[in-house]
Ligand binder design. Sequence first.
Ligand SMILES: Cc1cc2nc3c(=O)[nH]c(=O)nc-3n(C[C@H](O)[C@H](O)[C@H](O)COP(=O)(O)O)c2cc1C
Length: 342
Amino acid sequence: MTLERIFQTPIVARLGIKYPIFQAGMGFVAHAELAAAVSNAGGLGCIGSGSMSARELREQIHRCRDLTDRPFAVDILFAEVKADPKNATVVRYASNVQKLIDITFEEKIGVIVSGLGNPAGIIPAAHRDGVVVMSLCGNVKQARRLEASGVDVIIAQGHEAGGHTGRIGTMTLVPQIVDAVRVPVLAAGGLADGRGLVAAIALGAEGIWMGSRFVASVEAFAHANYKNKIVEIDEEGTTITRCHSGKPCRLIRNKFTDSWIGREAEIKPFPIQSVEYGFPLAEKARYDGEIEEGGMACGQSAGLIDSIKPAGQIVREVMAQAREAFESCFVARGDAAPSRAA
Ligand SMILES: Cc1cc2nc3c(=O)[nH]c(=O)nc-3n(C[C@H](O)[C@H](O)[C@H](O)COP(=O)(O)O)c2cc1C
């Protein structure tokens, strides 16, 4: 097999992209510029609609289409709401999610990603329209449930990840989900370079879904202070807290996250905590560059991120590192390296 064929996984061919690099649809951060830059470089870009109104999402989709003629995805938080369904905040939140779903269908986006919860309700319509539905999950039970609902691609996201995350590490989660389901699996959580891509493929994944690495990109919709903070911190610089949204979420450790230590009982259920604290404080970090009082999602891969780069360069470098990593494994074992020919 040629080296390039190793990276031409079935999902890459199915989506008509070039490389198995999927940019995570990050709320507040993944706007049209980032998604288009990744798609133009051969990966799959994704608009994170988590923080958007319906009007903003439609504008972002149009902007992305102005910037690229390549496919891109939209990520929506399909979270199950356990808070009082009659609460006004909950009603408004759920109604906005429905509008985001409607717009994504109206705009004929080919790939919809579910960030939280189960997108079962949209599967019949998605499949009727030829839309591929991907869903993040953090354990084998969820993966089986998502596959049974008709989800086309499972994104196995390990504990290391930035944003909402589960308890199981990526290294053990990915192969267990690969073994448990028949649909393609992408690996996520802690992956920020070509070695991570090679490891993910070795574990049976068909690609990597990368978030934190792309926050520290030129095109990410994030304040320079936030991007620089990711470059500055190491693998110990993040913490898991429910203070952002009411659900466990990995953020850069700062005064905001510390201020909730010992006050966990005051945290409100999702999405009320998000609306009252998570969203406004993420905006404080985003717009004002407030890195102590603001909320900044980021994963443990921060320790691998040493500079802010254009997103297209990140895609190309990850691919170059992945080819090198494969070749050095073969050479180290004294076997013939696979040819680079396509
Ligand atoms: C700033 C940020 C915002 C995020 N927002 C979302 C979101 O709105 N929807 C979603 O599905 N995942 C979100 N995530 C999680 C990512 O989709 C992805 O799974 C994660 O970043 C992968 O781990 P990594 O950060 O180690 O690459 C977010 C992650 C970050 C870092």
